[in-house]
Design a protein around this ligand. Structure first.
Ligand SMILES: [Zn+2]
Ligand SMILES: [Zn+2]
Length: 265
């Protein structure tokens, strides 16, 4: 019983729910291990493309976040294992900045995730899970949904194979996040093989896969990231899957659990 992907009051686009609230919910849900994986500060020279610039924790809050998670970990250590971690963005072209950050702070983290939220189009950077409108703009900027998907899965592959130093996060985050609005903007034909192509690279880099229930709760997605046929394939490839609620509220924990194949965990 483990949840490897939980946000915190340090998330600027999340809720103010306290760490205690998350941990109490975890205990009530029967978890033995959880990871707080707040959005890591973005590289200083990268401009957050979302209007509120609130995709990630700011650098000035970061040390306080680490201290607070460590306190919570120690406070509950007889009841539950709590990992201090981060959800780190893989951003193409910023590998050096990401590696420098991880070299410095990675030793203080024990379970982190590497995710792709940002893609560079013809004219702009896009945050692909921000809103249906922003997704639409990304489709236009990429010249169609096929190019957008193919760029997304290329970044997933790059994230798996990138050299981000010895503290590279050990798990690929929500590998089919690009499907968040697929009921509005249907996925292009052949997307399944684009997604599956990244599995050998994930295996090869000995990373795990975030089996993320949050997509289940999104009205235009209604499936986990990744959906079960890909989760099964990952499992058969020998990639360990770790359930993640991606909760941004204590209430959001256990998201999508009923559709997660427990036998693959
Ligand atoms: Zn978030
Ligand atoms: Zn994420």
């Amino acid at each position: 019983m483990r949840d490897g992907h939980i946000h915190s009051p340090f998330c600027p686009h999340g809720s103010r729910d306290s760490f205690d609230k998350y941990v109490e919910k975890a205990l009530r849900s029967g978890y033995r291990t959880i990871s707080f994986t707040e959005h890591a500060p973005l590289p200083a020279n990268f401009e957050d493309p979302v209007p509120g610039k609130d995709s990630a924790m700011s650098m000035k809050d970061f040390e306080n976040y680490l201290e607070t998670v460590n306190k919570v970990r120690d406070l509950y250590k007889t009841d539950i294992t709590i990992h201090p971690g981060l959800e780190v963005d893989y951003i193409q072209g910023y590998e050096r900045e990401i590696r420098d950050f991880l070299d410095e702070y990675g030793p203080h983290l024990s379970d982190s995730i590497l995710s792709v939220h940002f893609l560079k189009g013809e004219s702009f950077w896009h945050c692909i899970d921000y809103s249906p409108e922003a997704f639409r703009q990304a489709v236009d900027d990429f010249g169609g949904i096929h190019s957008l998907y193919s760029a997304y899965f290329r970044q997933i592959r790059h994230s798996a194979s990138a050299d981000l130093g010895s503290c590279k996060p050990g798990r690929v985050g929500h590998m089919t996040l690009i499907r968040k609005f697929h009921h509005l903007y249907p996925s292009p034909e052949g997307w399944e093989s684009m997604a599956e192509e990244s599995l050998p690279l994930i295996k090869c880099s000995t990373m795990e896969l975030d089996y993320n229930g949050a997509g289940m709760m999104k009205e235009y997605c209604t499936e986990p990231y990744p959906p079960s046929f890909i989760a099964l394939k990952a499992h058969e490839t020998g990639i360990p899957l770790v359930y993640g609620s991606d909760a941004h509220t204590a209430k959001g924990m256990n998201a999508g659990k009923e559709l997660i194949r427990q036998d693959l965990l």
